[in-house]
Design a protein around this ligand. Structure first.
Ligand code: GDP
Ligand code: IMO
Ligand code: MG
Length: 421
């Protein structure tokens, strides 16, 4: 069976930390979508590490790590990431596997991302500018370059053909990007990638599953950034929900086991787009400060607001979440009251369903209010010790979402995790 772990909000729910914790119980950790737009933070012996493309099981000596076909890879970022990890975990290369079907992000994809965002002006998505959208466009447009292509003799011919197409496209934009200097680094990194373990990953995974190995699929971004079900067009370009695991790794739906869904005890979003429970006041500022809410990939300040059960219930439904994990409960220490959105007033009419287009309607969240926790959660070492108000809050969330909470995270460290019996 293959278990899944994914974010239920707009990303940055703490996936890296939780995968790093859960990896102790798995043989293989596999990324199935996204690319260097992701920033997954974990702490290794007190040292902060941010992973973009490499699965967060890499710091467990027994774990194999797979970058699946659904991922888009920037070879330059990947090489840098590996070099950073080697200093802490010298055997990383022996345990890293890359699907030959994963697509490549080339320098002109990044140039197109920047030009397209600049052309959108105030309507821009707020992309991480890593070339994600253009790379997935070439994948679905059947023009892309895949990892397996770097091993073929005519790789340069294919690369040049794609580059020429991009150069034609770039002519329509005023915003010009100096991508040429990236090309040399790209070619050097492609050369480096040829030395990695490039595998026929769907067979590789199938063989391991038949041998009884335990696999955890690690999501990137979050359900509300899903290309089909997120707050379109303010989304990323891949399927971030459980369905993406089947496409992104080549596994059948019948093989999916537990689905861990992660939410913060509040909510954040980075980049543009609708965010019904956003707090544009001092409470929002205080959440940003207490939660240190600055992007792990871009450093941008994250927008902050209350937890949104309407959006979460939608995400739980879409992914078939079997276990919830609530992170950053400690950040809410000292906040009073604590609010939870339980409905939306859409153009004055109350609903518990996600509207089709959040941009074209006025949404006023309906809140349920809890008093603040009576004592800090940060110092608790087991769930029983947590304040009663927090336990009531957890029960309320579970009842609304119809799913049990398995863990509450109360700090950045691997072991700052309270299991709910
Ligand atoms: P990811 O993209 O889902 O892996 O999340 P990020 O790494 O982008 O952002 C989560 C941030 O919250 C990181 O800086 C983590 O170190 C931090 N974090 C994770 N869990 C907790 C928690 O329970 N409490 C606190 N205070 N910080 C946490
Ligand atoms: P992790 O895995 C938070 C957001 C961007 C932008 C939109 C589209 O760390 O949770 P893209 O670069 O994909 O074209 O950007 O999606 N975004 C993320 N926000 N966490 C992420 O990843 C994100 N990856 C993309 O900010 O709004
Ligand atoms: Mg992140």
């Amino acid at each position: 069976m293959i278990d899944v772990l994914l974010g239920l909000q707009w990303g940055d729910e703490g996936k890296g930390k939780i995968v790093d914790y859960l990896a102790a119980n798995y043989d293989i950790i596999a990324r199935f979508q996204g690319g260097p737009n992701a920033g997954h933070t974990l702490y290794v012996d007190g040292k902060k590490v941010v992973l973009h493309t490499i699965p967060s099981g890499v710091f467990h000596g027994h774990c194999l790590n797979l970058i699946g076909n659904g991922v888009v890879i920037d070879p330059v970022t990947l090489q840098k990431e590996i070099n950073n990890i080697i200093a802490l975990q010298p055997d990383v290369l022996q345990r890293l596997f890359v699907s030959q079907r994963a697509h490549l992000i080339v320098p002109t994809h990044r140039a197109l991302d920047a030009a397209s965002e600049a052309a959108k002006g105030s309507e821009k998505i707020g992309s991480t500018l890593k070339g994600i959208g253009p790379a997935y466009m070439d994948k679905t447009g059947r023009n892309g370059l895949r990892v397996g292509d770097i091993l073929s003799k005519d790789f340069m011919q294919r690369y040049n053909r794609l580059k020429e197409k991009h150069l034609q496209m770039l002519k329509q934009y005023d915003h010009q990007v100096d991508w040429q200097e990236w090309e040399e680094q790209f070619m050097a990194a492609v050369e480096y990638m040829r030395t990695l373990q490039i595998v026929n990953a769907e067979y590789w995974l199938d063989n391991h599953l038949k041998d009884g190995k335990k696999v955890l699929a690690e999501g990137a971004q979050g359900s509300m950034l899903d290309i089909d079900f997120g707050t379109y067009p303010f989304v990323t370009s891949s399927n971030t929900i459980t369905a993406g695991v089947c496409n992104g790794l080549g596994v059948a739906p019948s093989r999916i086991g537990e689905v861990y869904g992660i939410t913060k005890a509040y909510c954040t979003r980075v980049g543009g787009g609708p965010f019904p429970t956003e707090l544009l006041d001092e409470t929002g500022d205080a959440l940003r400060k207490a939660g240190n809410e600055f992007g792990a990939t871009t450093g941008r300040p994250r927008r902050c607001g209350w937890i949104d059960l309407v959006a979460l219930r939608y995400a739980v439904m879409l992914s078939g979440v079997t276990k919830l994990i609530v992170t950053k409960a400690d950040v809410m220490d000292g906040f009073n009251p604590v609010k939870i959105a339980v409905g939306y007033k859409v153009d004055g009419v109350e609903t518990k369903e996600m509207p089709y287009d959040l941009c074209s309607v006025t949404i006023e969240p309906v809140y349920h209010t809890f008093p603040g926790w009576e004592k800090p959660i940060s110092s608790c070492t087991n769930y029983d010790e947590t304040p009663q108000v927090f336990k009531d809050y957890c029960r309320f969330v579970e009842d609304y979402l119809g799913t049990r909470i398995a863990f509450v995270s109360n700090g950045t460290g691997r072991d700052q995790l309270l299991q709910i019996p």
